[in-house]
Design a protein around this ligand. Structure first.
Ligand code: URA
Length: 469
């Protein structure tokens, strides 16, 4: 009998009971691999009741997961369903995944950019999570676009286009599909072990040769503090490398939304505008950040995929693919191959039909000193772009278009953000959040680097060894 009154796992023949596992985690003990595999199998099959899974997530969130528990959880989730093998495609398989942000639409850029430069990108993504938007929800705003493909269909799109963006299904990483939706509804997102297992289970199930992680830091990140986001980055690099995938993680700024658009359809429009070759000088400064980050991430993908000697030369190749239109062609071909109506991008403004629109103006003059980007993310979700309950349909047209960047000087009355909501009633809360989340100052704030740190196999393990948690 252990101190919590449950039975220890004496032999592998001892039956496991979820209630014992729950009490053990609740009391702060580390679970062994068999216990973690039990939880994951129950999540994947639907065999464990949701209340027990939710309780387990909360216990794991509060108590934390050890490095061994994180590794066991990642591998068990990876193995919870079918796995994809890109070997038959005859190209190096590389992907990028973000730890979650507001207005983060780089996937729509980096997937076709890297594919245009000779690697294949089998991308398994997620839906809106907490205050952050979901790649799948955004893609599903394209009429007809299918995010749930069978593995043969996934392979066919990859063979034809070089990239494919799909979601977890009942057979592909089903454990993440179940736990992801539950974390979104139970306030159990912001934990490094749970984030690591969620992200890497999808990426490792896709059979990748290499992976680039965009780990957000700042007010809109799940882990806002630099030391916490750096820990997550090092944890994911070490875990993915131990599982045999060459990995690099970039710590990038999420102290303000990325780009101008945050929502579903409006984010796709912004990404396609860049794929059409919009240069920073032609667009608002915010698009310059999005463009630059997408090229840097794609540069790393191309480099780790063996198509460029350095990340910098990968970045140059990506820029060529952006400017010569090849990445745009690949993106539109992918949309069509997955059943989407790519013609909606011909006149994107005609397709955009929000239920209600309102612009919030600056209530004072000054520099935009700070943006509480998590709050802004919740504002976006509550326009109708996110869901209140698992499985709810989101509004493709809802979201916020931001008109000013951190550091910009604005005059009173100048537009700060245009809100698109499902109905006029859904404008009120986001408007109020926006007013609370943006802070002005008389002097310009310090500049924040777009990429502050990079982790690879060379420094990740050492960082983890020194990190006191
Ligand atoms: N992206 C994921 O897939 N999972 C997380 O937990 C966070 C970001």
């Amino acid at each position: 009998m252990n101190p919590s009154g449950g039975f220890d796992d004496v032999t592998s023949l001892t039956p496991l009971h979820m209630i014992d596992i729950l009490r053990k985690k609740r009391d702060g003990a580390a679970l062994n691999t068999r216990e973690i595999e039990f939880v994951v199998a129950g999540a994947a099959s639907g065999g464990l009741p949701l209340e027990q899974l939710a309780a387990w997530l909360m216990a794991a969130w509060i108590r934390g997961l050890t490095l061994d528990e994180t590794r066991a959880l990642t591998l068990a989730m990876r193995d919870s369903g079918e796995k994809f093998s890109p070997a038959r495609l005859g190209k190096t398989a590389v992907d990028k995944h973000s730890s979650g942000g507001v207005g983060d639409k780089t996937s729509f850029l980096v997937a076709p950019l890297a594919a245009a430069c000779g690697v294949v990108v089998p991308m398994i993504s997620g839906r809106a999570l907490g205050h952050t938007g979901g790649t799948l929800d955004k893609l599903e705003s394209i009429p007809g676009y299918r995010t749930a493909l069978s593995l043969p269909e996934f392979e066919e799109v990859l063979g034809k286009c070089g990239c494919s963006i799909v979601g977890q299904t009942p057979t592909l990483v089903p454990a993440d599909r179940a736990l992801y939706a539950l974390r979104d509804r139970t306030g159990t997102v912001e934990n490094p072990g749970l984030i690591c297992a969620s992200i890497l289970s999808k990426k490792l199930a896709a059979g990748l040769d290499a992976l680039v992680l965009d780990v957000k830091t700042g007010s809109g990140a799940f882990l806002r503090e630099e030391k916490d986001s750096a820990f997550l980055a090092a944890l994911m690099v070490a875990t993915a490398e131990a599982a045999g995938t060459r990995t690099a993680a970039l710590l990038t700024d999420m102290g303000q939304p990325l780009g101008c658009a945050a929502g579903n359809w409006i984010e796709l429009v912004e990404a396609v505008e860049l794929l059409r070759g919009a240069r920073p000088a032609e667009g608002p400064e915010s698009i310059a950040d999005l463009r630059q980050l997408s090229l840097i991430l794609a540069g790393w993908m191309i480099h780790l995929g063996g198509q460029a000697d350095t990340p910098e030369s990968g970045c140059e190749r990506a820029e060529t693919a952006l400017m010569n239109g090849s990445a745009l062609r690949i993106f539109l071909a992918m949309v069509q191959a997955q059943g989407g109506d790519a013609s909606v991008f011909d006149e994107p403004e005609r397709f955009h039909k929000p239920g209600a629109t309102e612009t919030v103006e600056a209530w004072e003059s000054g520099f935009i000193a700070e943006m509480d980007t998590t709050a802004l993310g919740w504002a976006v979700q509550r326009t109708g772009a996110g869901r209140e309950r698992s499985g709810e349909v989101v509004d493709p047209h809802a979201g916020i278009l931001f008109h000013a960047r951190r550091g910009a000087h604005v005059e009173r009355g100048q537009p700060l953000g245009t809100l698109y909501a499902t109905s006029a009633a859904l404008l009120e809360e986001p408007k109020e959040i926006l007013r609370q989340a943006i802070h002005f100052s008389k002097t310009p704030p310090h500049a924040v680097p777009l990429v502050s740190r990079i982790f690879t196999r060379e420094n990740a393990q050492e960082y983890l060894g020194n990190a006191v948690r």
